[in-house]
Design a protein around this ligand. Structure first.
Ligand SMILES: *Cc1c(COP(=O)(O)O)cnc(C)c1O
Length: 391
């Protein structure tokens, strides 16, 4: 038997394995546009595309966001920045925390801006850029209370004093990060705001231009307009998810991700027959067990076993039996005549694990709750083993 390469390559990823993610780019555009209307025309927008754009595919999301007016792209790692450069994306890229000193040549070569929080890194970065005949733009990460990375707010002037002799080094922005912008208690947020504002003032008094000043993450963008400064950093809300329930009152977002699969096998079980590893679930009546090819290696947490549903033909059916690495099962109770005629699921039928069909809806938050985690972790843990289709 002969195979033609062009024909083999034409077999789409969704037909190689029956599970995939769909990302609605109109929803992403909507979420960016409501953000822009909130921040106004004089405030820049940095969109966070770290972790493969929270699982949505970094290259496509970055292009979409730039077309919607984003001025900056934020990533977590050098490799994430280089993936964007490899895709011929030209805009400003900021790595949100300082990478290893050893990676400096890559930053200089590909014009990737680091966040900096040590003098050693700053000097080495400046020297590498100088040798390449380039300048060394950076954003200064300031710690005002998150206590993760950053120069402590009251050490910033000393930091600047010790690096400012270097001609190549260019402070393009100064930023901090909030620890509590999405929780009810406002005390820590207010403390961080006041420390940061005082710092920016004292930088100016001492003739250091802070450049682009930014602080707000998604929660702060919508809840605290006073935290916008010159730029905001839009993360989870761009994808249509809320940092916490508290933020829902401030903005209406459109979720962009849905999760789909097709049934790969089905069988009718009698009462008492077990399903999946450990037989922890047993059929309570005549039940059709349908198998879909998505498991914990795809980001469907095993912890969610038995606590989630699956939408089939506009109705939610319970997931049953331990979630396996590559597959899981759901059950259709076949006792009613309606089930036998309308829900007689067959191999190849499509189901929705996250998304909506008619009145039936399963959200990322539902999955997060069942998995004992937050929506952020759910969206970014869907693995690249599932292809992403943009619709
Ligand atoms: C990830 C990240 C953000 C985005 O946070 P969201 O809550 O998703 O908006 C903003 N700033 C920094 C420094 C980050 O690391």
């Amino acid at each position: 038997m002969k195979f033609r390469n062009t024909k083999l390559e034409g077999i789409e990823t969704v037909n190689r394995r029956w599970s995939w993610l769909q990302v609605d780019l109109d929803a992403i555009r909507h979420n960016i546009n409501v953000t822009k209307s909130k921040i106004g025309p004089n405030c820049k927008l940095l969109v966070i595309v770290k972790a493969d754009a929270y699982g949505h595919g970094a290259v496509q999301i970055a292009k979409t966001a730039i077309n919607c007016g984003a001025a900056y792209l934020g990533v977590a790692t050098v490799d994430e920045a280089m993936e964007l450069r490899d895709a011929k994306i030209k805009g400003n890229i900021l790595i949100l925390s300082q990478p290893p000193v050893e990676s400096i040549p890559l930053l200089v070569k590909h014009d990737i801006m680091p966040a900096i929080h040590t003098t050693e890194f700053a000097i080495q970065y400046a020297e590498a850029a100088d040798q390449a005949g380039k300048s060394a733009p950076y954003h200064l990460a300031v710690n005002t209370g998150m206590n993760r990375v950053g120069v402590r707010h009251n050490d910033v002037l000393d930091f600047l004093k010790s690096v400012s002799f270097h001609r190549a080094l260019k402070l393009e922005g100064t930023f901090t990060h909030f620890a509590t912008a999405d929780i009810a208690d406002e005390m820590t947020f207010k403390k961080q705001m006041s420390l940061f504002t005082q710092l920016i003032d004292s930088m100016k008094i001492n003739d250091y231009d802070p450049g682009i000043v930014h602080a707000a993450n998604s929660a702060a963008i919508f809840r605290y307009p006073e935290s916008h400064f010159n730029m905001v950093r839009l993360g989870v809300c761009m994808y249509g998810y809320y940092p916490s329930d508290l933020i829902k009152q401030y903005v209406e977002l459109k979720p962009s991700m849905s999760v789909h699969a097709r049934i790969v096998d089905e069988r009718i079980l009698g009462i008492g027959e077990g399903v999946s590893y450990g037989h922890k679930y047993r059929a309570r009546s005549s039940a059709k067990i349908c198998t879909i090819p998505i498991g914990y290696a795809d980001g469907l947490h095993r912890e969610a076993t038995g606590k989630i549903g699956v939408i089939y033909k506009g109705k939610i059916f319970p997931q049953v039996g331990s979630i396996c690495m590559d597959m899981c099962m759901f059950e259709i109770d076949m006792n009613s005549a309606i089930a036998q005629t309308n829900y007689n699921a067959q191999i190849g039928d499509e189901i929705i694990l996250v998304g909506r069909d008619g009145d039936a809806e399963i959200t990322v938050d539902d999955l997060a709750k069942a998995s004992g985690t937050i929506n952020y972790e759910i969206i970014c843990s869907f693995s690249r083993r599932m292809p992403v289709l943009y619709v």
